[in-house]
Design a protein around this ligand. Structure first.
Ligand SMILES: N[C@@H](CCC(=O)N[C@@H](CS)C(=O)NCC(=O)O)C(=O)O
Length: 225
C-alpha cells in the first residue's frame, strides 16, 4: 500500500492526502515533521531532498513535491479523476492551482514563522506581503466566480489547492493586516463554507486540529519556539 509521509497540520501534506481521500485510494500515513537534519530524522532526506513534507512512498520509490505527487496519484489511480476531461480544462485547473500556490500560499508563508511563534513581522516584509496579496485578490476574481467549484462543474485539484492553501492567507491577514483579504473576492466566502461541508475536508480539518499540539511540541523540542 502507498504511504504518505508528513504531518496532518501541514497544508502541503494535506494536498495529496485530500486527493487520496476523495479518490477513495487506500494509503497509510507515516508521521514525519519538518526540521529534518542531524537532530531529527536525517534519513528523511533520502525521501525528500530538502526534507520537505509531504513525500509519497510507492513500490518504485519515493516522490516528493506535492504537485508531482498529485500527478503520480492521478496517473496511477485514474478512478474518480480530479481533473476535467479536456486538455484545456486540465490546463485551467493547473493554472488555478499554481496561481493559488505562487501568489497566495508562498506569499503568506513568509509570515508563517511569526504566526507560529507569535512574533512581530519585519515591517518591510509585511509591506511586501500586503501589496502582493492585494494584487492577487483582485486577480483571483478574474480566474473564478466560485459559483460552484473553483473551476468547472466538478470537484478538482483546483478545489484542493483553494481549500488547503487559502486558510493560511486568512490567518496571516487577520493577524497582521487587520483584515481578511479573501473576503473581498466575490463568492469566495460562500464557496469555502460549502467546501468545508465535504466529509473528506472535515476529516482533513479534524486530523489537522488533532496534530497541531504535537507539531508545536515538535517545534519547541527542536527549535525552542
Ligand atoms: N514545494 C513543496 C513545499 C512543501 C513544504 O514547504 N512543506 C512544508 C510543511 S507545510 C515543509 O516541509 N517545510 C519545511 C522546510 O521548508 O524545511 C511541495 O509542494 O511539496
Amino acid at each position: 500500500m502507498i504511504k504518505l509521509h508528513g504531518f496532518s497540520a501541514s497544508n502541503y501534506y494535506n494536498v495529496p492526502k485530500l486527493a487520496l481521500l476523495e479518490k477513495g485510494i487506500a494509503f497509510d500515513e507515516v508521521v514525519s515533521y519538518t526540521g529534518v537534519g542531524p537532530k531529527y530524522k536525517p534519513e528523511y532526506l533520502d525521501k525528500s531532498p530538502l526534507g520537505k513534507v509531504p513525500a509519497l512512498e510507492t513500490t518504485e520509490g519515493f516522490v516528493s513535491e506535492s504537485r508531482a505527487i498529485l500527478e503520480y496519484i492521478e496517473r496511477a489511480y485514474p478512478q474518480h479523476s480530479l481533473l476535467p476531461a479536456t486538455p484545456f480544462g486540465i490546463a485551467k485547473v493547473q493554472e488555478f492551482s499554481q496561481f493559488i500556490e505562487l501568489y497566495f500560499e508562498l506569499v503568506a508563508r513568509r509570515l508563517i514563522l511569526n504566526l507560529l511563534a507569535g512574533t512581530e513581522p519585519d515591517s518591510v516584509v509585511l509591506n511586501e506581503v500586503e501589496n502582493s496579496l492585494n494584487k492577487a485578490v483582485v486577480a483571483l476574481a478574474r480566474l473564478s466566480t466560485f459559483e460552484q467549484f473553483a473551476y468547472g462543474d466538478q470537484f478538482t485539484l483546483a478545489d484542493i489547492a483553494a481549500i488547503l492553501n487559502l486558510p493560511i492567507v486568512r490567518s496571516v491577514g487577520k493577524k497582521f493586516l487587520g483584515k481578511d483579504p479573501l473576503s473581498e473576492v466575490p463568492g469566495l466566502d460562500a464557496y469555502c463554507m460549502r467546501m468545508e461541508e465535504r466529509p473528506h475536508v472535515k476529516k482533513i480539518r479534524a486530523d489537522a486540529a488533532n496534530d497541531y499540539p504535537n507539531f508545536m511540541a515538535h517545534l519547541k523540542a527542536l527549535y525552542g519556539i
